[in-house]
Write a new protein. Sequence first.
Length: 244
Amino acid sequence: MPTDTNITAAKALVLFSGGQDSTVCLAWALSRYGEVETVGFDYGQAHHIELECRDKVREGLIALNPAWAEKLGPDHMIAMPELGAISDTALTRDVAIEMGENGLPTTFVPGRNLLFFTYAAALGYRRGAGVLVGGMCETDYSGYPDCRNDTLQTLATAITFGMDRGFSIETPLMWIDKAATWVLAEELGGAALVDLIIRETHSCYRGDRSHFHDWGYGCGSCPACELRAGGYERYKAGSLPRKA
């Protein structure tokens, strides 16, 4: 069996893109673990807007909670340009966002999350972080096979054996929809965290930062914007219970 030498479950490494989901996951990890670091990936995506949002979001989280400020450690950026070079998708090329012949949307980047977690584990190995946190979800998602719980938990087992160290993959959004994600943000950081997500994060597939809506910036019509907007509308309507 793999050993746990130099790896601790008290330290988490969050896959942090600068979008809504990864920001909620970062707040979740800061509320749960003693030490937290972040890692982003520049994989040749067509739009770098969310990567540019990352610093402001981290600064905003630090300002929200002194305890989070003490826990939040360094940020890391990993360049993976070859993933973009070999991917013919709507996130890495000027390709229409539509359903592909394989039954998956053209926003699916094959192998992306598998590589993200493997690289994160290699970084976590060096940094002593045994928990890898990601914003993947099976409830409101586009059918991406590398977002499924079975995929990620199988990957966690392979990483653990392949590195001879104990790793876990945590996905706090796996079984909740976008409305519940907004609720979780409020539970974790109150109205201030919800406002930070609205004003500083970015999830739009088209990289549109020129149009501001009550739920945040975006084109308003791509699948990511529609999910975010629909979830926010249900959240504001009070369709799910939330803490005062």
